[in-house]
Design a protein around this ligand. Structure first.
Ligand SMILES: [Fe+2]
Length: 395
């Protein structure tokens, strides 16, 4: 259920209450909720970033209807106790990869149940990952083309698209681009931007219209930002750059630009796009598009960091200025996929290995403190121990 509040003022405290109509005509009065709006102008603010709460090994409450309920409860409590005003979560909330719509919706409901204790005061801004998926899966025909990975083809379900389910189940800004073409999935509520206390936030969808074998079947490769989303990104960065009230710009994309762990064969890398490592397909177009995403971000020196999930660990990678890639302003890549999904170790066989400054495979979440002149990060493990600190304006 969604309720709309209109004409809210910045920096104002509000109270809300819900009355629920019982079948006998009586009303049940829910507890009062309170929340406080933030400002468009630069002011001190604390918020939290976390990702990847899909189910883990171990059974019990590590896997409740496709998610790690135990970790979600724990980390939302830790986020609230840190004093965060809101949470940004770039994807893989749930297991997904299902053809059962009821099961898919139940996973989202379970996520809400595990995280809802504080969300009326500490809102959630979520994005889509590869696990937010609703699919058809079918084996390769005997004498037909073969899937590039595994033995099954995976196509998106179209009624509804998972992007539509995501928009129904979560509440996010509506300022995303139009679909890539008529009849393709919507971007509304899975690609969006917003401004809080002088910080610009841009959420992308690196898993739009996912298909396992787009060169054979159509659809879109995971990790690939299609044309309309890219041009929306370019425009969003320019607008934030020109907005004098915005002092820092942060980006959220589920699949890493520079994967440092088990996702060398996907994300925005696909083993460099080499045909011999991609079932014979030349996927250098993935690298070209990755560089165009970096160039879009690089339009503003206010771009401080790109945050990802997908890899279940914490890593901090320097993205230096690089003429070939079109990066004119160095910035940080932070991966925080630590909300209870199975742990992944580091893989160092990548061209950017020397730029990885921290790698930690604990459960983790990130607390950020911003104001007009600074933006500082501290990452914590599941016991509240600090595992990294970084002033994002220092390179
Ligand atoms: Fe993922």
């Amino acid at each position: 259920m969604e309720a709309e509040f209109s004409n809210l003022e910045p920096e104002t405290a509000y109270c809300a209450k819900a009355e629920i109509l019982n079948s006998d005509g009586s009303y049940y009065l829910h507890e009062n909720w309170k929340f406080e709006t933030l400002s468009f102008e630069p002011k001190p603010m604390r918020f939290v970033i976390m990702g990847d709460s899909r189910s883990a090994n171990g059974g019990g409450d590590h896997n409740v209807q496709g998610l790690n309920q135990k970790a979600i409860e724990k980390f939302f409590n830790l986020a609230y106790r840190s004093g965060a005003r809101f949470v940004v979560f770039p994807g893989d909330l749930i297991d997904g990869y299902t053809s059962d719509l009821i099961k898919l919706k139940q996973s989202f409901r379970t996520f809400h149940r595990a995280s809802s204790h504080h969300r009326h005061e500490m809102p959630l801004f979520a994005g889509m990952g590869n696990h937010e998926s609703f699919i058809h899966r079918f084996p390769a025909p005997k004498n037909g083309p073969k899937p590039w990975k595994g033995s099954n083809f995976t196509l998106p379900q179209t009624s509804p698209y998972v992007e539509e389910v995501f928009a129904e189940e979560l509440v996010s800004p509506l300022n995303g681009p139009e679909p890539e073409a008529d009849g393709l999935p919507p971007y509304k509520e899975n690609v969006y931007s917003f401004v809080m206390n002088g910080v610009g936030f841009i959420m992308l969808n690196s898993n739009y219209w996912y298909c396992s074998d787009p060169e054979t079947l159509g659809g879109n490769l995971e990790g690939y930002i299609m044309d309309k989303q890219l041009s929306w990104l370019n425009q969003a960065v320019l607008e934030m750059h020109q907005n004098k009230n915005i002092k820092h710009i942060l980006y959220f994309i589920h699949e890493p630009i520079f994967p440092n762990s088990v996702h060398q064969a996907d994300a925005m890398w696909f083993n460099g796009g080499l045909p011999e490592k991609n079932g014979g397909f030349d996927r250098s177009y993935v690298i070209t598009r990755r560089n165009q995403v970096l160039q879009a971000i690089s339009q503003s020196p206010k771009s401080r960091a790109v945050f990802h999930g997908h890899e279940h660990n914490y890593s901090k990678t320097l993205i230096p200025a690089n003429e070939e890639m079109g990066v004119t302003h160095p910035l940080w890549q932070i991966v925080s996929g630590g909300l209870g999904s199975p742990y992944y170790a580091q893989i160092k066989d990548v061209p950017w290995a020397d730029q990885v400054k921290v790698f930690n495979w604990s459960e983790n979440f990130i607390v950020l403190d911003s104001d007009e002149t600074s933006i500082r990060l501290e990452a914590f493990d599941g016991y509240g121990n600090s595992i990294d600190t970084q002033d994002l304006m220092e390179i």
